[in-house]
Design a protein around this ligand. Structure first.
Ligand code: PLP
Length: 392
């Protein structure tokens, strides 16, 4: 419908007065279908997912670690499939994306008080996970397309920074060529928060496989929806052993994951972030449709952005490599030259038309993807200044 309006040679002539009156001003909304997310009425689960959950339930065995061999459990099978799908040497399924980022850092040996750089544009779970791992977040600015600004990372670099958590926010890959060069040169840990970009590749390589660890979530908003859950991709077996014990593989259960007979599993605390059989069964079932889902997002996204890119007033977020490295489930754009109030008017108008949109940075809408709302960090500095909401 949007593209119909845009393509109309003379919209005033071809559309009825009702169609040209904004819904905000009493016209008929352009979109009346439910917004395609789980919480606004869309149905994302299919019969195979229901069947998978029932299979696990009927087995009466809901705990991942029991007398069954690893590859006969739902979680074990899911981990094997994840590892194959993402072409990652190791996978560990756990209870949330936040837990995954924490485990990625801890398994890499991050110590209490170590500084960890992280993107300024992310859900507040990212800096929270750094805190959970005992680290101190150092917030790195974004560039004009909301990707982590590698120049700012270089400016802020000090040897106290032991790791970088790069976030592929809203489905968009960060500049992995520059970021991996940065972390390799300094011999520091790279963790990818790939929670919002499950299934995205950059130059053919899956996000989440560029560094020490890749973090994914299966919370309901994500590409795979099990209510809660997540999985970690890891490159080396020693880190897998650590992450598995920390996640709750106690009394030898770590040997379901690794064959390191001398591994001392009592030397690590148990944080109990384990995943259960029912959710693993549902995640496994949905993983079969991930490729197709990513493709569908991309097709729709490319069509929509081709349309709105014709409107000079709007600037659409650009990927780091043209035509590559984005999921397409979410559209970020700027209204060129608009004030905060004008942008709010535009946002409200789109919402009235049935389009689910938010104005990032609106002081009247506390969005926890904006770093200045992370007050739990205390006084955080960016560009040498204390973080404050815009307009304050
Ligand atoms: C960028 C990002 N990182 C981490 C998380 C945390 O994932 P979870 O809710 O599974 O803990 C989220 C959740 O939405 C997220 O968007």
């Amino acid at each position: 419908m949007i593209s119909h309006n845009l393509q109309s040679a003379d919209p005033e002539e071809s559309l009825s007065p009702e169609a040209t009156t904004l819904a905000k001003e009493g016209g008929t909304p352009i979109r009346t279908e439910p917004w395609p997310t789980y919480d606004k009425g869309d149905r994302l689960l299919v019969a195979a997912d229901e069947e998978a959950a029932l299979r696990a339930l009927r087995s009466q065995r809901l705990f991942r670690y029991d007398t069954r061999p690893y590859s006969e459990t739902e979680v074990g099978r899911f981990e094997q499939e994840v590892s194959r799908y993402f072409r990652a040497p190791h996978a560990l399924a756990v209870s949330s994306g936040t837990a995954v980022i924490t485990l990625a850092l801890l398994s890499a040996g991050i110590q209490s008080g170590d500084k960890v750089a992280c993107s300024a544009f992310t859900f507040s779970a990212t800096p929270s996970a750094i805190l959970l791992a005992g680290g101190v977040p150092v917030i790195i600015d974004t560039d004009d397309n909301l990707h982590l600004d590698v120049a700012d990372l270089e400016r802020r670099w000090t040897p106290e920074i032991k790791a970088v958590v790069v976030v592929h926010m809203r489905g968009f890959a960060s500049d992995m060529e520059k970021i991996t060069a940065f972390t390799k040169t300094r011999n520091i840990v790279l963790v990818e928060d790939a929670v919002p970009s499950c299934g995205v590749t950059l130059r053919g390589q899956h996000l989440g496989t560029f560094g020490h660890g890749g973090a994914f979530s299966t919370q309901s908003d994500k590409s795979i929806n099990t209510g809660e859950g997540g999985f970690l991709l890891l490159q080396d077996e020693a880190s897998l052993a650590k992450a598995a014990v920390l996640s709750g593989a106690y009394e030898g259960r770590v040997f379901h994951h690794v064959n390191q007979e001398d591994f001392d599993d009592c030397a690590l605390p148990l944080y109990n972030f384990r995943l259960d059989e029912m959710r693993a069964a549902m995640a496994h079932s949905q993983l079969q449709r991930l490729r197709e889902k990513v493709q569908r997002h991309r097709t729709i996204y490319d069509e929509v952005t081709a349309g709105i890119s014709k409107i000079d007033l709007l600037h659409v977020r650009q990927p780091v490599i043209p035509g590559d490295g984005y999921l397409g489930h979410c559209l970020n754009f700027w209204v060129r030259g608009a004030t905060v109030d004008q942008t709010r008017w535009f946002t409200q108008s789109l919402r009235a038309e049935g389009i689910d949109v938010r104005q990032l940075g609106d002081p009247e809408d506390t969005n926890i993807r904006c770093f200045w709302n992370w007050r739990f960090l205390g006084t955080v500095f960016l560009k040498g200044e204390r973080l404050e909401p815009p307009g304050s």
